[in-house]
Design a binder for this molecule. Sequence first.
Ligand SMILES: [Zn+2]
Length: 79
Amino acid sequence: MDCRTVIRELSEYLDGELDRTLLAEVERHLAHCQDCRVVVNTTKKTIEFYCNSAPLPLPEEVRQRLHAALRTRLQRPTS
Ligand SMILES: [Zn+2]
């Protein structure tokens, strides 16, 4: 599994809706990919923030902005 796949599955992962096989793959990736761990932690905090201030589900606009931000992050060249 690569970073893009992790990001694609991120919302299901954070919602606890991934099936067991995918969940294991995401967690295996996170174990060795610090970039994705940062993304996961940031996203989790963002979602918690919105959950505390507004009822679920995450507003579509927020979700799209979040995904755009994640894509930008992934496209940045790594050194
Ligand atoms: Zn990654």
